[in-house]
Design a protein around this ligand. Structure first.
Ligand code: HEM
Ligand SMILES: *[C@@H]1O[C@H](CO)[C@@H](O)[C@H](O)[C@H]1NC(C)=O
Ligand SMILES: CC(=O)N[C@H]1CO[C@H](CO)[C@@H](O)[C@@H]1O
Length: 321
């Protein structure tokens, strides 16, 4: 039953996606079929192996792809290391807790041996995030490939990431600037079904919240105690977003209904008049969440992609050629 459901979703999306003209004409589902036929398989095996030894890295890969796409487009810029003359995106405070770089390096190394100079780091990251979602129990989906790697990665660009203190209208505005509907924004936020945030990302909710409240009134009082306990171990102490941090499911939305959303930007989705109904829907219907999520992820993976001579295929994902 579950399997046939997934297959159904997969087929429908296959049709939707192949019928789409990607604003990017050079991208296609079988981009590597001729010159690196095992690219998908190599990435998948590498991701599976890494997640078997550390399941928490699924979250890392999904978040890294998001940051990559929101800054300068999905062009692998988030993977670049800082140099003497340039402080890269990854060294911003917002990106400091990104994890999973080694998995991308590992896949890249194998791909360079099989088919040197062919598979971009941006595509490896997009495929790895996709495989991580499936590995954690989420929907399976195919993505177009053919992204080129960018040559710019600057810390200044990271102001373009949403902040954990954003309210629903801030989120609607920022995601809208990237072409996402309210529904797509709420579905993408569901990626917080995986992983953790550090105390520094939510401690503003626990004391001196605003002029009339010490603790954020949108926060369940027992959950507030749990968070205070977590934070007693310091700013870097980690708190899972939902009760199943390594499983891709709709527990995140059910948590919001219990006022147990971790960040302001999570709980606000229940408070906002335009987002509340969508949260209720996803909490009730996981298949609907999966379906909307995978479509929004395919769309996110196409943000400002670089094609042809606008980019390159890096030999090392951490360095511009
Ligand atoms: C809606 C606006 C969003 C905000 C304000 C936001 C903010 C954050 C913050 C503050 C953290 C924790 C960082 C830390 O404390 O170390 C986090 C973690 C995470 N975010 Fe988001 N995020 C948003 C949307 C997204 C989207 C669209 C995705 C992916 C599609 C995503 C995927 C993740 C994942 C998987 C983690 C856990 C990472 C880990 O455990 O290593 N987020 N996010
Ligand atoms: C959301 O926050 C912005 C400031 O970031 C504020 O101007 C706006 O009034 C807030 N909206 C709601 C609905 O609280
Ligand atoms: C969300 C967040 O913390 N963004 C920060 C990322 O890094 C830049 C540069 O240091 C800051 O200006 C942002 O506030």
């Amino acid at each position: 039953m579950a399997v046939s459901n997934f297959l159904g979703v997969f087929l429908v999306v296959e049709i939707i996606v192949s019928g789409l003209r990607f604003g990017a004409d050079g991208l296609s589902m079988n981009y590597y079929m001729m010159n690196c036929p095992f690219a998908e398989l190599i990435v998948k095996n590498t991701v599976n192996r890494a997640l078997q030894s550390d399941p928490t890295l699924a979250a890392g890969l999904v978040r890294m792809h998001f940051h990559d796409c929101f800054l300068e487009g999905c062009d692998g810029s988030v993977l670049i290391d800082s140099t003497k003359d340039n402080t890269a995106e990854k060294d911003s405070p917002a990106n400091l807790s990104l994890r999973g770089y080694e998995i991308i390096d590992d896949a890249k190394q194998q791909l360079e041996m099989q088919c040197p100079g062919v598979v971009s780091c941006a595509d490896i990251l997009a495929m790895a995030a996709r495989d991580a979602v499936f590995w954690a129990g989420g929907p399976v989906y195919d993505i177009p490939k053919g992204r080129k790697d960018g040559r710019r990665s600057r810390i200044e660009d990271t102001f373009n990431l949403p902040r954990p203190t954003f309210n629903s209208s801030d989120l609607i505005t920022m995601f809208g600037q990237h072409g996402f509907s309210v529904q797509e924004m709420v579905a993408l936020s569901g990626a917080h079904t995986l992983g953790v945030a550090r105390c520094s990302s939510f401690k503003n909710r626990l004391s001196n919240f605003d002029s009339t409240h010490d603790v954020d009134p949108a926060l369940d009082s027992d959950f507030a105690k749990t968070l205070s306990k977590t934070c007693s171990a310091g700013d870097n102490a980690e708190q899972p977003f939902d009760m199943t941090r390594n499983t891709f499911d709709n527990a995140y939305y059910n948590g919001l209904l219990r006022k147990a959303g971790l960040l302001t930007s999570d709980q606000t989705l229940l408070a906002g008049p335009k987002t509340r109904g969508i949260v209720n829907g996803y909490a009730m219907n996981q298949a609907m969440f999966f379906f909307d999520f995978l479509q929004a992820m395919v769309k996110m993976g196409l943000l400002d992609v670089k094609e042809g001579s606008k980019g390159e295929v890096r030999a090392n994902c951490r360095k511009i050629n």
